[in-house]
Design a protein around this ligand. Structure first.
Ligand code: PLP
Length: 491
């Protein structure tokens, strides 16, 4: 008996030798985290990493232990001061949400509880399904629809495009592969479509050229007549038009395709109707703007992104499919080691049957906790608030002769640039890029840039629950100051 006990005592674990010490360190980390967010406005929106920090990340694989407190010190000094995300009130680059403290606690608790959302009979599995049900309700999908939480919008779109392929292929693609499809499938989207759809077409074996980019109108929305013409042309040429992707909020300018018109075309032409709602699907919960996305509820599948306008900590995306059996039939497999049992742990639903991952994280908890705390109506108001802020910035730009609006503002994305009298497009691009980089390097504001209708512009995307109108006043002031400086120097 003694020897048996000795052997047991010698077994190693990752648990701490002293839980009380871990408690003290954890409380300190939480206190630091609270200050970090409370004071975020006072820190620069971005800063370059000094050489010591860069070289810190080439340290070799650690072979021997270090106290957890030292490990945290390393993180506190080399990681926490250099974020690339939207926590700062003047971070408006690309497109992302701002996270939230309760959601962060959700991520922590999810890791502590350690559930694997591949499925099974447990509380986290029920919560995962509940959050998917809430997402259906937010966009007006029927309760009979299915869905799955994934890493983000790119994966959510790929899920929708995959179900579309399998439903429209006319052969059993899962068994026979895309080579067995009689007529090559064609997908359609506007020329503003997000790049993840290209990756999707490639990985589905359909190829990038099978996604036809349809021209857009003056508002950068898909041209419906051009879409219909392309479909007719493809049928004539022996292709099988299979799917139309509508974008509810393009990443370039926030343009929202006419989803009702697309639903009509899809019905007439027997196409799958997928909506990329990574930006705009959740406008359906915003009382002042929800009419912008009318028709989204008629989609066959929707991709939406809780880590954007629900401000969930990364990563959280959601794919919804109206016909649950098409969704399941696209991904379900039942290997012998994952059979269901009549009772016990393996008696719940296998959630991995709705996507590509087998092990799945407990993403639902961070979304669930923030929704419970604030209620969906507050998230809707915050979406309206960001859209109103973008229109406010648009008015500031229109009132300022040195600035020029470059695309209509529909939702929360503003495309604009600083003018430079008599300058070529090339010089304007260099000049505006310089202003954008100085705004970043001075830690004032993070903007990004893009090209709209062939012209370079700066872009402010306000998906941020910390932004205030005076932040936008400051942006305009600083842009004018930097514009004067850049014009006076060698630029
Ligand atoms: C953000 C975005 C995506 C991709 O979503 P991720 O969450 O970054 O993977 C796709 N489409 C649109 C319109 C987006 O804005």
């Amino acid at each position: 008996m003694d020897t048996l006990q000795e052997a047991t005592a010698a077994d190693e674990t990752l648990d701490p030798p002293n839980w009380a010490e871990v408690g003290a360190l954890s409380h300190r980390i939480v206190d630091d985290a609270i200050s970090y967010l409370k004071d975020v406005r006072d820190r620069p929106v971005w800063r370059e990493m000094p050489a010591e920090v860069r070289s810190f990340f080439s340290a070799p694989l650690p072979r021997s232990p270090a106290p957890a407190a030292d490990v945290y010190e390393d993180v506190a000094s080399n990681v926490m001061p250099y974020p690339m995300g939207n926590i700062h009130p003047r971070f408006w680059s690309w497109y992302m949400g701002s996270s939230n403290f309760t959601g962060a606690l959700g991520d922590f608790l999810a890791a502590i509880q350690g559930s694997n959302l591949g499925g099974g009979n447990h509380a986290a599995g029920l919560m995962d399904s509940q959050v998917v049900n809430w997402c259906k309700e937010m966009v007006g999908f029927p309760a009979s629809a299915s869905g799955t939480l994934v890493s983000g919008g790119s994966m959510a779109n790929i899920i929708g495009l995959t179900v579309a392929r399998n439903v429209k292929a006319g052969v059993d693609v899962r068994e026979r592969g895309v080579g067995a499809i009689a007529k090559p499938l064609r997908y359609y989207a506007s020329d503003q479509v997000h790049s993840c759809h290209r990756k999707g077409m490639e990985v589905l074996g359909l190829g990038n050229r099978a996604l036809r980019r349809i021209p857009t109108d003056a508002g950068l929305c898909i041209d419906i007549a051009a879409l219909q013409a392309a479909i007719a042309e493809d049928r004539e040429a022996g292709f099988k038009p299979a799917c139309v992707i509508g974008t509810a909020g393009t990443v370039n300018t926030g343009a929202v395709d006419d989803l009702q018109a697309l639903a009509r075309v899809a019905a007439e032409e027997d196409l799958w109707f997928h909506v990329d709602g990574c930006i705009g699907a959740l406008i359906a919960i915003a009382p002042e703007n929800r009419s912008l996305v009318a028709g989204i509820e008629q989609a066959d599948s929707i991709a939406l992104d809780p880590h954007k306008w629900l401000h969930a900590p990364f990563e959280a995306g959601c794919a919804l499919v109206r016909d649950a059996s098409s969704h399941r039939n696209t991904f379900a497999v039942t290997p012998e080691y994952l059979e269901s049992a009549p009772r016990g742990l393996a008696s719940g639903e296998w959630l991995h049957d709705y996507g590509l991952q087998t092990s799945r994280g407990f993403r639902a908890l961070k979304i669930w906790m923030a929704l419970k705390e604030h209620g969906v109506e507050k998230f809707g108001r915050l979406i309206d608030q960001n859209i109103a802020q973008a229109h406010y910035l648009t008015r500031l730009i229109e009132a300022e002769p040195a600035l020029e609006l470059m695309a209509p503002t529909t939702i929360n994305i503003v495309s604009f640039r600083h003018r430079l009298d008599g300058a070529s497009e090339e010089r304007l691009k260099a000049f505006n890029t310089e202003i954008m980089l100085r705004l970043q390097e001075d830690g004032i504001a993070a903007l990004s840039d893009t090209t709209v209708q062939g012209r370079h512009c700066l872009r402010v995307a306000i998906a941020n629950h910390r932004t205030r109108r005076d932040d936008l006043d400051l942006l305009v002031r600083e842009m004018l100051r930097l514009g004067r400086e850049a014009a006076a120097t060698s630029m």
